[in-house]
Design a binder for this molecule. Structure first.
Ligand code: PEP
Ligand code: MG
Length: 600
């Protein structure tokens, strides 16, 4: 395929024609350019390496197989009861056949026999046996037997998944690095990837604030999401160019195109290096207004990167990864160690730890959430913590322990009414009392902030601010709930805009309500990392920006080049527009004039 170019920029070395097999346009989710081979994470299909194992490993393979069968049976039982509960006993009976297949001694014995006799790996042996049964049924046209084929296929996949670990474990065995291609990547998939091997993400689904996009930014790898069909078009090992600045993917580009993108890549990283000059400078406007600039962290080991990028403190530490990756709930000691890892790096600057925010699209491995019709409106975040107080109290104890010698603050997600806030405060007091009784050190005056990310909380921000020490605006959810636009749905991504006049008006209202009640107001949603929004937010008097580490230098540069009074005028003007497009056009024009080297 050819894409025409029009040369206007003298720096543009783009060849007259760019050649590649396919060019796809999606949502630019994380900046940077990757030129790499593709690794396709298949949904449910199984992949078998027909390997033989050394004699010494044979019994380990047998044990692996037995364990996988047990886990598959357990999984089926819980699936069956969920289906019985939601759809009815009759539908749940389909799983009886699956259970029977797993109890069939012929299948089990034959597999173990092949592992011992032929030295096949567990997945290879089981795959072959199941394939044999499947082939026999394939030859019949009787409908009853035909429907049994899908049962066999399902059981085959389920057991092999348990033998191999999940699909991300398979990736971790890969040598070299690759761009990960998938229909979708759940947060649980993403946290398990070996981050040193991932050069980028490209997914069919997702929008700019879907969790895969946020994770990519925090891992500092480029990403394009919402590509709709990339997982179908691409083959494993295909060479691709992923342009996270423009939201474009080129599959199998020619050499001239690759050369061109290598130049772009160098120019991009050169700009990044130049921005790092801002690292040690204070975050203060031209006319002397200090503005807190801190970082959002997904993992404790990002704390050093936050500091190297010039952040003063952590404005949001998302603690979910500890619950997403492991089968067991994290213990109080394990959590305290993670929190202390961050405070050790960041102190004396503050570290704001958000309490557990699973549910929605974040499905924990360590406890189960029953399927729901509307997970983003369902059992999520603080709603889970108020019901599972055991989980909540363990986390609070660990956070409080980390506050003993450092400036640690608590942040409560998804508060939608004052009752929830009061209940949380009671639990925090109870936890403090338990620690005092056990003579464990913590900061008695620890500050507790509330995320404003549900429209009801935005409307009640003045009341909430009376009981909170600070407010932090979570625009990722606030925008989705306020505009009724699913943050992860690429089809309606064009409607998801944080410069929508209703969003701007709501944000202004939250900041004013917080200030009236005497508390500071920050923003930890992705809008804070968007350079197009910075002047408006400064002008609206936002006290703190908490951004992805890689955005810190850029946002700092904008803050340091801005006169607060000018920003206030721009914010007032921006709020007069009627549509998001008008606000965006207005801001692009101003920013292009002021900042030639920043990408908008
Ligand atoms: C938000 O909603 O803006 C936020 C920061 O939380 P998360 O993206 O983790 O839902
Ligand atoms: Mg949120």
């Amino acid at each position: 395929m050819k894409t025409n170019s029009t040369k206007t920029d003298p720096l543009d070395t783009r060849p007259e024609k760019l050649y590649c097999a396919y060019r796809l346009k999606g949502v630019a989710a994380s900046r940077g350019i990757a030129i790499s081979k593709a690794f396709v994470l298949q949904g449910d299909s199984v992949k078998i390496d027909p390997v033989l194992v050394p004699c010494d490993d044979v019994e380990t393979e047998v044990a692996k197989f037995r364990h996988a069968v047990d886990r598959a049976k357990g999984e089926l039982r819980s699936l069956q009861s969920k289906v019985a509960h939601r759809i009815g006993q009759e539908s749940a009976k389909i799983f009886d056949v699956h259970q029977l297949l797993l109890e069939d001694n012929a299948i089990i014995d034959e597999t173990i026999g092949d592992i011992r006799k032929d030295k096949k790996s567990a997945d290879y042996a089981f795959y072959d046996i199941m394939q044999k049964y499947q082939n026999t049924l394939d030859e019949t046209s009787v409908e009853f037997f035909q429907s049994r084929i899908s049962d066999i296929r399902d059981v085959k996949r389920r057991v092999i998944k348990h033998i191999q670990g999940d699909r991300t474990d398979y990736l971790n065995k890969l040598e070299g690095s690759a761009v990960i291609i998938a229909s979708d990547l759940t947060p649980s998939d993403t946290v398990k990837l070996d981050r040193h091997k991932v050069t980028g993400f490209a997914t069919d689904l997702g929008g700019r604030t879907s969790h895969v996009a946020i994770m990519a930014r925090s891992m500092q790898v480029p990403a394009v999401v919402g590509l709709r069909r990339i997982s179908k078009l691409i083959k494993e090992g295909d060479r691709i160019i992923l342009d996270g600045n423009e939201g474009v993917i080129l599959i199998e580009p020619d050499e001239a195109t690759i050369r061109y993108y290598r130049e772009l890549q160098e120019r991009y990283y050169d700009t990044e290096r130049k921005l790092s000059a801002f690292r040690d400078l204070p975050s203060i406007t031209l006319d002397g207004k200090p503005i807190e600039l801190s970082a959002n962290l997904e993992f404790s080991d990002e704390a050093a990167a936050a500091k190297t990028h010039g952040a003063k403190g952590v404005g949001l530490f998302r603690t979910e990864y500890m619950y997403l990756a492991n089968d067991e709930l994290p213990t109080e000691d394990e959590q305290a160690a993670e929190y202390q890892k961050i405070t050790k790096e960041i102190s004396p600057d503050p570290v704001i730890i958000r309490t557990l925010d699973v549910g929605g699209d974040k499905e924990p491995k360590s406890f189960s959430i029953a399927p729901e019709e509307n997970p983003f409106l369902g059992w999520r975040a603080i709603r889970i913590c108020l019901e599972r107080q055991d989980i909540f109290e363990t986390q609070l104890k660990a956070i409080l322990r980390a506050s003993a010698n450092s400036d640690v603050k608590i942040l409560l997600p998804m508060i939608s009414c004052l009752d929830e806030l009061h209940d949380c405060m009671k639990i925090i007091d109870k936890t403090k009392a338990a620690l005092s009784k056990a003579k464990v050190a913590f900061n008695e005056q620890i500050e507790v902030g509330v995320m404003i990310e549900v429209p009801a909380a935005a409307v009640l921000a003045d009341k909430i601010a009376e009981y909170a020490d600070f407010l932090s605006i979570g625009t990722n959810d606030l925008v989705q709930y306020l505009l009724a636009v699913d943050r992860g749905n690429e089809r309606i991504a064009y409607l998801y805009r944080h410069l929508h006049p209703a969003v701007l008006r709501t944000i202004k209202g939250i900041i004013s309500a917080g200030h009236k009640a005497g508390v500071w107001v920050g923003m930890c949603g992705e809008m804070a990392s968007d350079p197009l929004s910075t002047l408006i937010l400064i002008g609206m008097d936002l006290d703190e920006f908490s951004v992805t580490p890689m955005s810190v230098p850029e946002i700092k540069k904008i803050i340091r080049s801005t006169d607060y009074r000018e920003a206030a005028r721009i914010a007032t003007k921006a709020q007069e527009f009627e549509t998001a497009s008008e606000v965006e056009r207005f801001m692009v024009k101003i920013m292009r004039q002021k900042f030639k080297d920043i990408i908008f």
